[in-house]
Design a protein around this ligand. Structure first.
Ligand code: C2O
Length: 555
């Protein structure tokens, strides 16, 4: 294990997409940002220097941060933001994870352009538990692009109480591709050699959309999700939610085909409202082993080759999504066991979904029925404090910053997938749920259809969890737990709560600190679909959160 050092200069950069130029916040001038490489077991130190005019912080999405909660990054949760002109060194060790994760800004909507891949290789001398990709490894980052300034988009939505303007394009490695106006030159091309196998490291960094992804005439073998190995399975189309990552193998055709192939991504959504239903395309092309062949001719412009396009599921095809997620299983091998908590000592039931806040002047806001859009867990819409929760907790000064009475169960039980209740209002609060060190937790998350059933990718900081069960309709505590998979459930950090359904997860709370949990659809996050767990120190010295680093930013 070694120490990997990086410097991230956060700055404003002019970027042109869809024939229009705007100033965006980037790391080191790049969109998407630089790739961070490390091996499992390595120590990582990233010096983040904020040259931008915004308060900001960076989250290492999926990194467990065992006893290093000060480096987790969500603004006002584990740290105060880094102010313009300030800097902070994130220090953490990568343990028990290998695959692909990513980093992103964790304040307001800055993550739209402030994000990049984290490639985590196995320790030196340790191979993959599947045949190594002999062609190479390629990060594929999906993003979402607005012609307008994204900070203006969200602040306008929050002011009016309505939904934010939808995006103008999706991007693949920062590029919209040929299906958008004037973007043919802005197309990501993957060049492959016949017969070789490639590992695509997929990252969904889009703000508000789950995506279907498919490559024409090629299959994808899923080997890893959220930096944990799975039992390999092969599909034509996969689904990836914001926050999720996956490694997939793609084997090129044995002989050179004189053709090129679209790699397409477009949203999955069940919302009735408006959303960006455009499609991003990249192109997979073969390098002709025979230089006088068709590819050379095509490259010289003297001959064009046919382009094949994959067929993606319908935009609201929930069964395509559940068929895919049902295939995900932990590898659960001797080398990579699945440490599923078999016994549970804390059980929680959370409703997740949208709701409303009343408007200051009744009926004048642009949300449902003249109200303001809101979102909540167990009817509590989370309000960020003005100082970081972890700092207050560590200083023993929670009073007035947060309350420790986050409800274990929804405050208003009703038929979650049936007719919505008359009163759709949710309450505001900065509430945390306290867990003793080492608690084994079971959490059932139930989608509500208060403003329409919708899939919510819930992300937990500080832990991986096992997805022990899921289903449609209302969760039934009498019959559903008997069907839980406690043997090889998939382990991950972000899971889709199915539209009109529920998901059950288990995790072992062995990481003291304050850990954010939220919907990774950024608009839902802005509306309050978030909460925090506070995991207390254990009794042994190696079960206690160390004191904060001296350069921790102040509010
Ligand atoms: Cu990827 Cu709290 O976020």
């Amino acid at each position: 294990a070694v120490t990997r050092q990086y410097q991230f200069d956060v700055q404003t950069t002019s970027v042109t997409r869809l024939c229009s130029t705007k100033s965006v916040v980037t790391v080191n001038g790049q969109y998407p940002g630089p790739t961070l490489f490390a091996r499992e077991g390595d120590h990582v130190e990233v010096t983040v220097v904020n040259h931008s005019p915004y308060n900001m912080s960076i989250h290492w999405h999926g990194i467990r941060q065992l006893l290093s909660g000060w480096a987790d990054g969500p603004s006002y949760v584990t740290q105060c933001p880094i102010q313009p002109g300030g800097s902070y060194v994130y220090r953490f060790t990568i343990a028990g994870q290998r695959g692909t994760l990513w980093w992103h800004a964790h304040i307001s909507w800055l993550r739209a352009t402030v994000h990049g891949p984290m490639v985590i290789l196995p320790p030196a001398g340790v191979g993959y538990p599947f045949p190594a990709p002999d062609g190479g490894e390629v990060p594929i980052v999906f993003g979402e692009w607005w012609r307008n300034d994204t900070e203006a988009v969200i602040s306008q939505a929050l002011q009016t109480g309505g939904g934010p303007n939808i995006s103008d394009a999706y991007t693949l490695n920062g590029l919209p591709g040929p299906l958008y106006n004037c973007s043919a030159q802005d197309t990501f091309k993957l060049k492959v050699k016949p017969g070789k196998t490639y590992m695509l490291r997929l990252i969904n960094a889009a703000l508000n959309d789950e995506l279907f992804f498919s490559v024409a005439n090629h299959t994808l073998t899923v080997v890893d999700v959220d930096a944990l190995y799975v039992k390999p399975f092969t599909v034509e189309t996969l689904i990836i939610a914001p926050g999720q990552t996956s490694n997939v193998l793609l084997t090129a055709k044995p002989a050179y085909p004189a053709a090129s192939y679209y790699m397409l991504a477009r949203p999955y959504t069940t919302t009735q409202g408006t959303f960006d239903n455009t499609t991003v395309a990249g192109v997979l092309e073969y390098e002709d082993p025979c230089p006088t062949g068709a590819a050379a001719a095509a490259a010289a412009g003297s001959k064009s080759v046919p382009v094949f396009s994959p067929t993606l599921p319908q935009i609201n095809d929930t069964s395509a999504v559940s068929n895919f997620t049902a295939k995900l299983r932990s590898l659960a091998s001797t080398e990579y066991p699945a440490a599923v908590p078999q016994e549970v000592d804390h059980r929680f039931f959370f409703t997740v979904g949208l709701g409303t806040h009343p408007c200051a002047v009744n009926g004048t806001c642009q949300g449902p029925n003249g109200s303001r859009f809101a979102a909540a867990i167990n009817n509590v819409s989370f309000v960020l404090p003005t100082t970081a929760l972890l700092q207050s907790h560590f200083a023993g000064a929670s009073r007035g910053v947060y309350a420790s009475d986050f409800p274990y169960y929804p405050l208003r039980p009703f038929n979650y997938t049936g007719a919505p209740p008359n009163n759709t209002n949710v309450m505001n609060g900065t509430k945390v749920l306290v867990l003793p060190y080492g608690a084994d937790v079971e959490l059932v998350m139930q989608d509500t259809s208060i403003l329409g059933a919708e899939s919510h990718p819930l992300h937990l900081h500080g832990f991986n969890f096992f997805v022990v069960g899921q289903g449609f309709g209302n969760f039934d505590p009498a019959s559903d737990p008997a069907k839980f998979n406690l043997f090889d459930p998939v382990e991950r950090n972000t899971v889709g709560v199915p539209a009109g359904g529920w998901v059950a997860i288990r995790f072992h709370a062995d990481n003291p600190g304050v850990w954010f949990m939220h919907c990774h659809l950024e608009v839902h996050m802005s509306w309050g679909l978030k909460m925090a767990w506070l995991v207390l120190d254990g009794s042994r010295p190696d079960q206690k959160l160390p004191p904060p680093p001296l350069d921790l930013p102040k509010c």
